[in-house]
Design a protein around this ligand. Structure first.
Ligand code: PBG
Length: 322
């Protein structure tokens, strides 16, 4: 045998030399959940180790994360039913706790990369990402609401807006609204290929944001398809997105690869709540080594072409590396 691939695996030092994929804390964005109020930190039942924080405690948590080397966070708000309505009006109410918190976070940590979510679901009494009329999700009418929400978030100091709603044309619509209002520096990370996935379950618990009727299949993509991801990516690129995102990550590594091979924009992958919780749950039962499974999962997402990973494991990974 002239070729013995095992020679390149013979020691830790040799293995390190040939290692192709290196994961860094700097690649990660930490998604965090915010609730109204003070001095409260409530664990999400289906996401061990992940909490909903009131603004004061979130500021402390962000500070701790930054000490560990985390440079980017994505903040999602959890609203009570009483604040929700058909048109998600709370999302652009300048006095709402989410916008106030974003402002506070940016004021306290100007160097932090602050990302926010653009979609109606946390504020919608229908629990859908778009405006509902007679059981249908209206596309073009939703764009106006998304633009108002985006301007409010940009004004609060957000660095990257994350439209996660999957309405057609929203990236261009939001980009234009931002530019017309002087927010030319605000970036858009489009949820380009967002699939109608069962892996969002724990997130919807965290925000109490499950749809009140039906499912999200008329706007989120069919897990059986990959060609549509190319159409979505073409549109987002034309419409001015700064980053393309694939979501979820683990069951969609081929889509991450497809987009990273075909588009010059940086590709992000969202390692979603269900992907986090399934590792946590089996680790709690002693069925697998949670730490190794986390590292393997994150590495595989990066190997497949994601430059950026949004992951609930961000803090744990940072702790491990520090
Ligand atoms: C809402 C939104 C969802 C997630 C991010 N933004 C849920 C959904 O589309 O139902 C999921 C994140 C996760 O599961 O970690 N537009």
């Amino acid at each position: 045998m002239l070729r013995r691939p095992r020679r390149n695996r013979k020691s830790e030092a040799v293995r390190n030399l040939i290692e192709e994929t290196n994961l860094s804390v700097k690649d990660l964005i930490f998604p965090m959940f915010l609730v109204e109020g003070g001095n409260q930190k409530i664990e999400v039942a289906s996401m061990p180790g992940i909490y909903r924080y009131t603004t004061d405690l979130m500021l402390k948590e962000i500070e701790a994360c930054m000490k560990l080397g985390i440079t980017a966070v994505d903040v999602f708000p959890a609203y009570p039913e009483s604040k929700k309505d058909k048109i998600a009006s709370e999302s652009y109410n300048p006095e709402t706790f989410y916008l106030k918190a974003l402002r506070e976070i940016k004021r306290n940590f100007p160097e932090l990369c602050l990302m926010s979510d653009v979609a109606m679901d946390p504020y919608s009494s229908d629990g859908h990402d778009g405006l509902v009329e007679n059981g249908k999700i209206l596309n073009d009418e939703t764009l106006e609401i998304l633009a108002k929400m985006s301007l409010a978030q940009a004004d609060a100091g957000v660095d990257i807006l994350g439209p996660s709603d999957m309405m057609d044309g929203r990236v261009g619509y939001i980009r234009e609204a931002l530019d017309q209002n002087g927010f030319t520096e605000t970036s858009i990370m489009s949820y380009t290929a967002k699939y109608a996935s069962a892996f969002y379950g724990p997130f919807r618990d965290a925000l109490d944001s499950a749809p009140k009727f039906g499912d999200k299949k008329t706007y989120q993509m069919n897990p059986a398809n990959s060609q549509e991801a190319l159409i979505e990516a073409d549109l987002d690129m034309e419409e001015g997105a700064d980053f393309l995102m694939v979501k979820p990550a683990l069951s969609y590594l081929d889509i991450i690869k497809l987009l990273s091979d075909n588009y010059p924009l940086p590709i992000a992958a969202y390692n979603v709540s269900g992907e986090y919780s399934m590792i946590k749950a089996s680790a709690e039962r002693g069925w697998l080594d949670g730490e190794r499974a986390m590292l393997e999962m994150l590495t595989s997402i990066k190997r497949s072409g994601a430059k950026i990973i949004l992951t609930y494991f961000a803090k744990e990974f940072a702790q491990l590396k520090s």
